[in-house]
Design a protein around this ligand. Structure first.
Ligand SMILES: Nc1nc2c(c(=O)[nH]1)N[C@H]1C(S)=C(S)[C@@H](COP(=O)(O)OP(=O)(O)OC[C@H]3O[C@@H](n4cnc5c(=O)[nH]c(N)nc54)[C@H](O)[C@@H]3O)O[C@H]1N2
Ligand SMILES: Nc1nc2c(c(=O)[nH]1)N[C@H]1C(S)=C(S)[C@@H](COP(=O)(O)OP(=O)(O)OC[C@H]3O[C@@H](n4cnc5c(=O)[nH]c(N)nc54)[C@H](O)[C@@H]3O)O[C@H]1N2
Ligand code: SF4
Ligand SMILES: [Mo]
Length: 712
């Protein structure tokens, strides 16, 4: 790239802020916010400013393909050429395919929101396997499935800018989403109300007009009580309900069971606060700002169904200041559209065998939200050969040894494979177990086109740098592999017909009339769209309406109405007296990323456990002590540093996620020591719809620990 300032989009996290990248002398001199960007409006964070260029420039970056020369995980590598790497990969994948069949091959990636997710899925489909893993069961999967089966199509469309009341639930925007955080502060400054539902006093709770602190995992009861109030006080939108909602009477009947006093018992939130929250929310337009705190747990879909029902009956769907529906330019395709396009799907009898599709059909397989597998079922298949063997895996853009629960089991599964390839920028604990490691481009070196529902705009990431070393993007790797696999007779149909990333991006732009040149000039493209046009845009549900009563769930024998399944109460006298929340975001890190960056380690040097001083006193721990966390029924313990604070309620402890240390001995690099997933089970209970495991609301006990522990 010539010297200049390039508008682009940071996609180091799901916020996808508009950026301005300054290039000087072939190097990135500066990355900063694009104040004109209609969604992020000048919001940005240190990860985009500092972590991304350091990640790209780091001395330890993997720049060439490598083959393992010693035993798996021994750290002995030999540099090889791309030709050798791709030939070896094609040989080994074709051999596994021949011996065990195509279903024995699986791919893992983060999700289908970016094109690299679709690349992995379509690469596996080209080999004849429907098996690809995403981490969305641990992320926004419950929200995504509820949104889809309820027919709303509104995820990402929080219109905080024009709202009168933001209902922030299980979300910590100050750490997780600076664009949302700035929008909330602007809304507050112009007099909008903020209601926060979170067990923990987050910065958002600190600025809220009303903060409700429920017992973890009980939000569904709370929101059903809010629905109860809206209906009994006649504060719902009768027009929307009559014209566009299916099953209102049944929902009203269900809400009868959740009078505020009943919900107060379940949630621990005083009934008056629930009523006050309902009244504030009813004074709209109101926007529901949801987060991970009510997702990724075994009752996540029904919890979201309850909130989504509230949005619908209050008339806040696709209303300015409410929750906007996803709008696309005509002719534009998203990677999700591509995954569900019949022309890009495997035959039904094959897709039906996607691991987990039998038990979780709305999650895994063709009818599933993103069509991926149920991950714990894949781990089980690798370790036991049941329901059929999985023997080879291609992992890209995900660090599953750290970020999947039950790290020991995940690592055991990776070790048990006949062949493992990991495409990565650094030697992560996942890559350390590979047979072949491939060097990947970073988001400064890749071109990306995606839809930002919040604008809505089509967003563009400009590849301002040429790939460092021999790094390649996912599509380039897959295209070369497919050619080799074809020569080996291992491809029945090529589902990745695009020669390069540019052609792939142009496919997404389709007939929208938006061009790459236009995107490159502005960094994004707005497009005309209508709001509240339900008669035209419709609802993709069996009834053609918003399904408060879900015909889809009824057909599967699941509860068609939202309900609350509260987790068992932890009492002070039990062996596991505390409730553990995991996943609190830290500004310095993106999950497991950036642990190698000195500045980040200086700001946030160790994994922490936030605990109330009363609980700490009972256990006999002081601020800064190392503690061991053990979860009831969990696979192991994890070491964390105690931070005493009244921001967490008595009886609840909260930690982050993603910890490992590049400097600790490999191949684990601390994964079984300081990573909370060493202590969290992936074996269920699972959400009956999405298959999500509990990543919070876990009964646990805390003991004082030594500052050091032997690795292993
Ligand atoms: N800096 C940074 N930003 C990130 C990320 C990152 O790693 N680092 N990751 C990105 C990704 S992929 C995601 S998914 C998002 C996640 O970001 P968020 O959606 O904000 O999720 P969390 O930070 O996990 O926590 C949300 C809040 O949920 C609360 N909570 C826990 N249990 C419950 C409960 O039972 N009920 C309620 N109501 N609240 C509860 C917690 O106390 C916490 O304050 O962040 C994104 N942004
Ligand atoms: N216990 C517990 N577990 C959790 C969570 C929790 O709250 N609690 N949160 C869950 C959630 S919400 C999520 S989203 C997952 C995250 O899980 P992961 O997706 O595994 O997390 P990351 O560490 O962000 O990403 C891992 C890899 O992405 C690749 N990568 C990094 N930067 C780039 C890039 O610029 N381009 C490309 N192509 N690849 C890149 C690198 O190889 C990096 O190692 O973890 C989940 N796990
Ligand atoms: S919040 Fe930070 S990491 Fe996420 S997109 Fe914005 S600048 Fe990038
Ligand atoms: Mo996530």
């Amino acid at each position: 790239m010539r010297d200049g300032i390039y508008p682009s989009t940071c996609w180091e996290c799901s916020t996808t802020c508009g950026s301005l990248v300054t290039v000087r002398g072939g190097k990135v001199a500066k990355i900063g916010p694009n104040p004109d960007h209609p969604v992020s409006r000048g919001a940005f964070c240190v990860k985009g400013i500092r972590a991304l260029p350091e990640w790209t420039d780091q001395a330890d970056r993997i720049l060439h393909p490598m083959r393992r020369t010693g035993p798996r995980g021994s750290g002995a590598w030999q540099r090889i050429s791309w030709d050798e790497a791709l030939d070896e990969m094609a040989d080994r994948l074709a051999a596994v395919r021949k011996k065990h069949g195509p279903l024995a091959l699986a791919g893992a990636v983060s999700g289908a929101f970016f094109s690299r997710g679709a690349v992995m899925a379509l690469f596996m489909r080209s080999l004849g396997s429907p098996n690809w893993l995403i981490n969305q069961d641990l992320c926004g999967g419950c929200r995504g499935v509820s949104d889809r089966i309820t027919g709303l199509a509104m995820t990402g469309g929080e219109d905080i800018e024009r709202t009168n009341c933001a209902l922030v639930v299980g979300r910590n925007p100050q750490a997780a989403d600076p664009a949302q955080w700035m929008a909330l502060k602007r809304a507050k400054a112009r007099g909008a109300r903020v209601v926060v539902i979170d067990p923990v006093r987050t910065p958002a709770a600190g600025v809220a007009d009303l903060w409700l602190s429920p017992r973890p995992g009980t939000d569904a009861a709370l929101v059903l009580a809010m629905i109860h109030v809206l209906i009994s006080e006649n504060r719902y939108d009768r027009n929307i309900v009559d014209q566009w909602c299916h099953g209102f009477d049944a929902l009203a009947q269900r809400a009868v069971d959740y009078a505020p006093a009943v919900a107060a018992e379940i949630t621990g939130v005083p009934a008056e606060q629930i009523v006050a929250a309902a009244r504030l929310y009813a004074d709209g337009p109101s926007t529901f700002v949801s987060g991970h705190g009510i997702d990724a747990f075994s009752a996540g879909v029904q919890t979201f169904r309850a909130f989504h029902s509230l949005v619908a009956i209050s008339g806040n769907l696709d209303r300015p200041g409410g929750n906007l529906r996803i709008k696309k330019p005509p002719g534009f395709r998203t990677s999700m559209d591509l995954l569900h396009d019949p022309a890009f799907r495997l035959a039904d009898d094959v897709a039906r065998q996607t691991l987990g599709a039998e038990r979780f059909p709305l999650w895994a397989g063709s009818d599933g939200w993103q069509t991926a597998c149920h991950n714990p079922t894949v781990i089980e298949a690798i370790l036991t050969g049941k329901p059929y063997p999985v023997r080879a895996m291609y992992v890209s853009g995900v660090n599953i040894a750290v970020t999947y629960p039950d790290s020991r089991r995940t690592v055991a599964a990776l070790r048990a494979l006949d062949f493992l390839v990991v495409a990565t920028q650094t030697m992560t604990p996942t890559a350390a177990l590979a047979d072949v490691v491939l060097p990947k481009t970073t988001t400064l070196e890749e071109e990306e086109v995606s839809l930002q529902p919040g604008g809505p705009v089509v967003a563009y990431t400009n590849p301002v740098l040429p790939p460092r070393g021999e790094a390649r993007c996912d599509l380039a790797i897959a295209v070369d592999l497919i050619a080799r696999l074809m020569a080996r007779g291992a491809i029945d149909k090529n589902f990745l017909p695009w020669p390069d990333q540019r052609a792939f991006n142009e496919f997404f732009l389709g007939d929208s009339g938006i061009t790459i040149a236009q995107l490159a000039a502005e960094g994004y493209a707005a497009f005309p769209h209508a709001r509240g046009d339900f008669a035209v845009s419709g609802f993709a549900t069996p009834s053609g309406k918003i399904e408060l009563y879900s015909e889809t769930l009824a057909r599967l024998g699941l509860d068609p109405l939202p309900a609350c399944a509260p987790p068992p109460v932890a009492d002070a006298g039990s062996d596991f007296p505390l409730v553990l929340l995991t996943g609190a975001r830290e500004k310095t890190y993106h999950h497991s990323r950036f642990r190698e960056q000195a500045w980040a380690r200086k700001v946030s040097p160790a994994p922490i456990l936030r605990i109330h001083p009363d609980n700490a006193a009972t256990i006999g721990i002081a601020d800064g002590d190392w503690v061991e966390v053990e979860v009831k029924g969990g696979p192991g313990t994890c070491r964390l540093r105690a931070v005493l604070t009244g921001d967490v309620p008595v009886g609840v402890v909260s930690t982050g996620m993603g910890w490992w240390s590049p400097e600790a001995p490999g191949p684990e690099h601390g994964v079984f020591d300081i990573n909370i997933n060493a202590a969290v089970s992936y074996n269920g209970p699972w959400d009956p719809v999405s298959g999500s495991a509990d990543t919070r609301g876990l009964r646990c006990r805390i003991t004082k620990a030594a500052a050091q522990r032997a690795a292993g």
